[in-house]
Ligand binder design. Structure first.
Ligand code: URP
Ligand code: ZN
Ligand code: ZN
Length: 463
């Protein structure tokens, strides 16, 4: 099968140029200017007036994840269908070690969740919930199987929390085996006290989720994560960074030449703490926006955009962790601490980031870099993913920069019963999405079959 995408404007992390792109046997076979290779195409698409981009890489998703007394509502089928509709062709999801369980059990469980369901390609990070000798040993087995990053939590005491010694042991081990440590960097123990105190004072509404997880908790967590990584002499990747002072800690470390990386998420760039107040009629509407770290006051947005422009932030991932209002977020109607933490976003990341290009916040090249190329490089998928190189997987998005698209529940495929940006209209959307050469979405119609997505073994960290 040979496909020709003709007359498009190819956009990579570094270049913008007019060319034809040929796909053969699932790979990018040629990128041609004036002289075509003289081949016949089985399928030709005229992409004049549109961009041709490498497929999006979302390095932070939680599909079918047990959390907060319930399970995230998108499984690997609905979640990857939504990803595909939004132009994301690879996700990296988080497997979770059960307390006292093995990493092997966790990995097998997540492979079973994805098997037969995924429409796009997927990899796994592993969340380690202890640092016993056997877990440290198993980390090496996972790396050999292409699971080359481990997420550790400073938050959620009694659930996912690890103390500094356990984190440090995991980091040292990660250094030995070439793995990357991803940190949820919020000081979880004092946060727990703030939550207890707020509840004792009768504060139960969603806004108290934000008020009990202050910026200082994230700033000190980030600083501590960096210090531990510096002592262990390993790279560290700060996940879902939300706040100006946490970003300062990252910038300061990078200025000292440390291998510190960080991602932020669209919710921290486009939404603010005010959303957690809900409506005057129903403050509980704010539960839609309960995620961790919490949404911050709007002035943080400018800091994060600057961080993305300045390369202090390298990646925008979604932290897609969707829970319906009905039956899920409702668990915390009388107690904000029982609202399952997380927001939907796997489908709308590229729309929102392209809107930032329209607004002049980032360049078109930087849009491709932070949503595709940089996560592919950091997480050992490049150049197979995140590029338009000859020989790369033909994960390709044809993007119409001029069509308008409403980010409303009726237009989206995530299974959650609300839309975080309901009513927001953006300019730009994918018209065609290819995964390994197969057309999986065409003008909003799903063509790819659940189960076609393949597990991606990732290389060890090598930046
Ligand atoms: O609210 C969030 N972020 N839920 C998912 C868990 C995590 O910490 O990433
Ligand atoms: Zn986290
Ligand atoms: Zn997460």
């Amino acid at each position: 099968m040979r496909t020709l995408i003709q007359n498009g404007t190819l956009v990579t992390a570094t270049d913008i140029f007019q060319a034809d792109l040929w796909i053969e046997d699932g790979k990018i076979a040629a990128v041609t200017g004036a002289s075509a290779p003289g081949w016949q195409a089985d399928l030709t698409i005229n992409a004049a007036g549109r961009y041709v981009l490498p497929g999006g890489v979302d390095a932070h998703t939680h599909l079918d994840m047990p959390f907060g007394g319930t399970v995230s509502i998108d499984d690997f089928e609905s979640g990857t269908i939504a990803a595909a509709h939004g132009g994301t062709t690879t996700i990296i999801d988080f497997a979770i070690q059960k307390k006292g369980g093995t990493l092997r059990e966790a990995l097998d469980t997540w492979h079973a969740k994805a098997e037969g369901k995924a429409v796009v390609d997927y990899g796994f990070h592993m969340i380690a919930t202890d640092a016993t000798e056997s877990v440290l040993r198993e980390m090496g087995d996972l790396v050999r199987e292409g699971v080359t990053s481990f997420k550790l939590f400073m938050a959620y005491p009694g659930v996912l929390y690890l103390d500094d010694q356990a984190i440090f042991r995991c980091m040292l081990r990660a250094g030995e085996i070439g793995a990357l440590t991803c940190m949820h960097a919020e000081a979880g123990l004092p946060i727990e006290v703030l939550v207890e105190r707020a509840l004792a004072q009768g504060h139960t509404a969603p806004i108290y989720h934000a008020l009990t997880r202050p910026e200082a908790a994230e700033a000190t967590g980030t600083e501590r994560a960096i210090a531990l990584a510096e002592m262990a002499r390993v790279p560290v990747y700060i996940v879902h960074l939300s706040a100006a002072r946490a970003l300062e800690r990252v910038r300061e470390a990078r200025d000292r030449g440390l291998p510190v990386y960080a991602e932020t998420c669209p919710q921290y760039l486009f939404l603010s703490e005010d959303a957690l107040r809900g409506t005057p009629e129903d403050p509980f509407e704010g539960a839609k926006y309960v995620c961790t770290p919490p949404l911050r006051p709007a002035y943080h947005h400018e800091h994060l955009w600057r961080g993305l422009r300045n390369y202090d932030l390298q990646v925008v991932s979604t932290d897609h962790c969707p829970f319906c209002m009905k039956g899920q977020k409702e668990l915390g109607r009388n107690n904000f601490a029982k609202i399952p933490n997380g927001m939907p976003g796997i489908e709308t990341r590229l729309h929102l980031l392209h809107e930032a290009v329209n607004e002049g916040r980032i360049s078109l090249n930087r849009f491709v870099e932070i949503s595709s190329t940089a996560p592919a490089k950091i997480f050992g998928l490049y150049p197979r993913k995140g590029s338009l190189h000859i020989g790369a997987d033909a994960d390709v998005v044809i993007w119409d920069p001029n069509c308008s698209f409403e980010l409303s529940h009726k237009n989206l495929h995530m299974r959650v019963d609300y839309a975080a940006y309901e009513g927001k209209v953006v300019r730009g959307a994918p018209t065609h999405v290819f995964s390994r050469g197969e057309l999986i979405v065409e003008y909003g119609q799903l063509r790819g079959r659940p189960g076609r997505g393949q597990f991606q073994r990732r290389s060890t960290f090598s930046l």
